[in-house]
Design a protein around this ligand. Sequence first.
Ligand SMILES: [Zn+2]
Length: 347
Amino acid sequence: MSLESEQSTPRHFDPTLVNDPFDDPGLYVDLVFERRALLFDLGDLGDLGRLAPRKLLRVSDVFVTHLHMDHFAGFDQLLRRLLGREKILGVHGPAGIIDAIEHKLKAYTWNLIEGYEGNLTFHVIEIDEAGRLTAAQFSGHTRFHRSDGERRQSGDGIILKESGIQVHAATLDHGVPVLAFALEERAQINVWRNKVEAMGLAIGPWLRAFKEATLRGADDDALVDVTWRNGQPEKSPALPLGLLKKEIMQITSGRKIVYVVDCAFTDANVEKIVRLARGADILFIEATFLDADAEAAAMRHHLTARQAGTLARLAGVKRVVTLHYSPRYKGQGYRLAQEAQDAFLNG
Ligand SMILES: [Zn+2]
């Protein structure tokens, strides 16, 4: 529980596209207060112009949507940068990614790796269409020999869950299964230290019980044992939960960022995307074709800009950012962006 004296200080996600929208898709999300970053998709990381080496070293977890080359070819670049560093990198992706990484790592000769200063380890987790998670590990210590880990069922498509953040995955259809991801900051309960003191109450362990009752969804009439400052035996030893919630607590809802690429505009995909992206602060979504070329989009299992904007509107997101433009529109990226914004704002 955080105790706040004035303003609450929510953690911040700072998202940036890795490349120009005409180049390989990718999203870098800096978790500013955790001194680390997440990377969505591993296409060509460019000449690393946009993603300075220092930024790449901050990446703790990578999320790969599918194994088409423009979403995965950057694995080698990342490996090249991280080799020799003491680091554990989480890689999350669709069924088949463990085999894919095993093959990538087998393509190189590792007889000198024992002499490297730091040990690089990949923790890979794949999620299949039924939500089953399979883990495997590749450590430089064993020349990246595959070591199979546990299998378990994911709750509700959650592929990463930590105390501060979680990532949901949904499986979409692109001719092959493709993952879409939602990164969420978990809601925080802030207790105002100054307001507790203004009520004459003491800062103490009772606040933990108060927070637990709040998280449990206990009745507002339920009584919470409190501690008064300076004794005060004449005061009631317990106060109603509802009163305390009103007076001393604020819930900060977490930020939500969603990343959707490579999918057809089918009913099933629309339903899954809208559910995943509901209420997001920013939806990053492919807008590969203009709606005039909707037929070509459907053939290639991609979205048009208009469809992307429509999905953003249906999901009620606050902002939509488009990416993954077809090279046929080079020099006209503004048309794709505009078409998506029009559908988002005006339907
Ligand atoms: Zn693809």
